[in-house]
Ligand binder design. Structure first.
Ligand code: ADP
Ligand code: MG
Length: 702
């Protein structure tokens, strides 16, 4: 439906693309594949690059690999029969000659080129056998004076099969014309004073520059995404996402939470007194922040970030104990069964002596046992539950859930967090939430990705850790590595041997790990070698891990199941086979398993040559630093924030225009603008969320 110019304008163009001339069902279906349903979607679908048809270039000055418009006179025409029939047309303009090369052509087409004919050609210049050439250029026959018929640069869009650049260009240009003549409007919801100084552009003006730049505009900046027009849009998009997170937070806080305070059982105090070490200053600070939150009648939503080995588990335990001494239950959710097992073991060891009942909820439990556990939770006979997401299945009911702890947040999305929140709701109140992650994220990024959470950092490792020395070796030097393992074990130390396998199937991975263990037993007959992998029964796994912990095994061969959680201070050497197959975060997590004792530790990253460029840079980063924050920074650079934060599939932070890495300098101003806008201009704030996040957010609330 189209409003006539001058009549009441439609609000923000949620106008369907079918309002554009020529957008029939076939075209609409293809646009849909690019996520374009409305005129607004089309306007936010930005060009990848531009072509310059605004200027005619002298042939004598052409450079290879540039796309240019030339104008000249046909000097020579010939058809040659090589591997395939080829038409060669020589064009001259007084400054030089250019060959136009055609492979697919009708005789009629060839006959149109006559000596003396004037024409314009647009295409990419390449080096031919006798000088510059263009293959299959676009042509305008008889273009007399050589005046180009384009005043603006031509946009080149990301597209999909069956959708030509021409169609996209034509549709976009009509969408822009509609903005100009008032068929639809894109309101500037953002008050000017909230925009950074360099970005004072109207939205329509920015779109005009992005889709149809003038030749004098800074094209390099447009393509690089650093042009103010692009950043004006990026700012608004980031702001909209930030506002959406603020809204989520408000939603999450619209219910009261139980006030959790010190109780007569003195659990927290007694626990800390019994610990064999004293908490680091960072642990104490973060624990303090958490206990303060828990004492308030609004749900805590706090993210605790701390590098591998920084001691997050103790902090989580304190929070759970506070819930229990206040008469509530706590639930601890881990991303894998193995990690849940380990948390359970630690919690039971810490809490059973204090008289607490800790239960494990697992997808793998026998029915009878599971029934007992569920019963204990439903009657408040159990105080703390540890498990994977199995914890939050429908059958699991908590009598008085006061706190939910989620470990390794980055593996869970925003949706899960929300569903969890509702899960715990009892009698009009919702549990507090503590989220822990070992993926060190720069603060500004964390605020953007988890803007609905408060944020604490454990920025200190327990004392007595020595940095892990890391070496990178090709697997052709395996003998040296074996020797190193042998010497470490002879000196009374222990070692891990991690198999990383490409096989998708867990069964094949485990088979390969068994094979590796067999070969290592053969090469190192003097050592006692153990094996853990994902296919073993939990009991067998436990037995092996226990034996390794007790020192009965010297070398532990493992698949990446040991990634998180195991803790054996005497293990001072880790060999990672085919390290090139792992991501930086995973390598960092694995390496965190050594260097836990006072002994000097080492990590050998063994790779199978040749290395890809990306893998080479990852391994180099691992060798150069053990600082989790630095590693995260490099990881961000190599992979991009969507991957690193694990938010790509969550609907939130599904950015169209902005790039978290490129535009990260805008984030502080975005945060400020979000606060001001949400406070002073709730209407425009809503409109911006609707414009940029719209469907994604509604989905997140389902
Ligand atoms: P992560 O943050 O990776 O989850 P953990 O909580 O597993 O780290 O802690 C790693 C190891 O450090 C554990 O063995 C834990 O008992 C120990 N630890 C934690 N805090 C301290 C501390 N303040 N002093 C000494 N050791 C500590
Ligand atoms: Mg941990």
């Amino acid at each position: 439906m189209r409003a006539r110019p001058g009549s009441a304008r439609l609000p923000d163009p949620q106008v369907p693309v079918t309002a554009l001339r020529g957008a029939g069902p076939a075209l609409t279906a293809r646009l849909e594949r690019l996520g374009i349903r409305t005129v607004q979607d089309l306007l936010f679908h930005l060009p990848l690059r531009y072509q310059d048809r605004t200027r005619v270039r002298p042939i004598g000055a052409l450079r290879p690999r540039t796309e240019v418009l030339v104008c000249g006179v046909v000097e020579h025409v010939e058809t040659v029969q090589r591997r395939r029939r080829t038409l060669l047309v020589t064009l001259g303009d007084g400054t030089g000659r250019l060959v136009l090369r055609f492979f697919h052509f009708h005789t009629g087409f060839a006959q149109r080129f006559r000596r003396g004919l004037r024409l314009q050609a647009f295409g990419e210049v390449r080096e031919g056998p006798v000088g510059p050439e263009m293959v299959h250029p676009e042509l305008v026959f008889g273009a007399g004076s050589g005046t180009p018929d384009h005043a603006r640069l031509t946009p080149v869009y990301p597209t999909t099969e069956g959708l030509s650049q021409r169609s996209l260009q034509r549709l976009t240009s009509e969408a822009l014309a509609g903005l100009r003549d008032g068929r639809w409007a894109l309101r500037d919801w953002l008050p000017e004073d909230l925009l950074p100084d360099t970005l004072h552009l109207k939205l329509a003006q920015a779109l005009e520059i992005l889709h149809a730049p003038r030749p004098e505009d800074d094209v390099a900046a447009l393509v690089a995404g650093t042009h103010p027009a692009r950043r004006r849009l990026a700012f608004e998009e980031l702001l909209a996402h930030q506002l959406a997170l603020v809204r989520l937070r408000r939603l999450a806080r619209s219910h009261p939470a139980p006030v959790l305070e010190a109780g007569s059982r003195d659990l927290v105090t007694r626990f800390l007194a019994r610990l064999p070490f004293s908490p680091t200053a960072a642990q104490r600070r973060v624990t303090g922040e958490i206990l303060q939150d828990l004492a308030r009648p609004v749900p805590m939503l706090r993210l605790v970030q701390g590098d591998v080995g920084s001691g997050k588990t103790v902090v989580a335990a304190v929070a759970c104990l506070r819930a229990v001494e206040s008469g509530f239950q706590a639930a601890v959710m881990a991303p894998t069964e193995l990690l849940a097992e380990q948390h359970f073991a630690a919690f039971e060891q810490w809490m059973a002596p204090l008289g607490l009942h800790v239960v494990r909820v697992s997808g793998r439990q026998a029915a009878a046992q599971r029934r007992r556990v569920l019963e204990a939770l439903a009657t408040a006979e159990a105080d703390v539950a540890v498990g994977t997401h199995a914890l939050f299945q429908d059958q699991v009911r908590f009598a008085r859930l006061g706190l939910v702890v989620i470990d390794e947040q980055h593996r869970f999305g925003v949706h899960q967090r929300l569903s969890l929140h509702r899960k715990g709701a009892t009698g009009g109140s919702v549990p507090h939430q503590l989220v822990m992650t070992a993926t060190p994220i720069p603060r500004t990024l964390a605020m953007t990705a988890y803007g609905d959470l408060d944020y604490s950092v454990i920025d200190e490792l327990p004392p007595g850790r020595s940095p892990v020395q890391t070496v990178v070796l090709p697997d052709t030097r395996r003998a040296e590595v074996l020797d190193r393992v042998s010497r470490a074990c002879a000196a009374g130390r222990q070692a891990y041997w991690v198999c990383t396998l490409v096989e998708e199937s867990e069964a094949l991975q485990c088979q390969a790990a068994e094979e590796t263990a067999r070969r290592l037993r053969e090469s190192l007959p003097q050592l006692s070698v153990g094996l853990v992998h994902g296919r073993m029964s939990p009991a067998d796994k436990d037995r092996t891990m226990e034996a390794f912990k007790a020192g009965g095994l010297q070398l532990l061969v493992a698949t990446t199941v040991i990634e998180v959680g195991v803790d054996v201070p005497n293990a001072s050497l880790m060999v990672i086979e085919n390290a090139e197959r792992l991501g930086l975060a995973q390598l960092h997590q694995l390496r965190g398993r050594v260097g836990r004792g006072s002994e000097r530790s080492a990590c050998v990253l063994m790779y199978h040559p040749p290395l890809s460029e990306l893998a080479r840079r990852r391994l180099q980063a691992m060798r150069e630093t053990t600082d989790g924050f630095e590693i995260a920074r490099i990881d961000l650079e190599l992979r991009g924030p969507g991957e690193v934060l694990g938010v790509r599939q969550t609907g939130l932070l599904n950015l169209r225009v902005a790039d978290l890495l490129r535009d990260r300098d805008l984030l502080p101003q975005v945060a400020r603008a979000a606060r001001l806008l949400a406070g002073r201009h709730p209407g425009p704030a809503e409109a911006l969320v609707e414009r940029w996040v719209g469907a994604g957010l509604r989905f997140a609330q389902v």
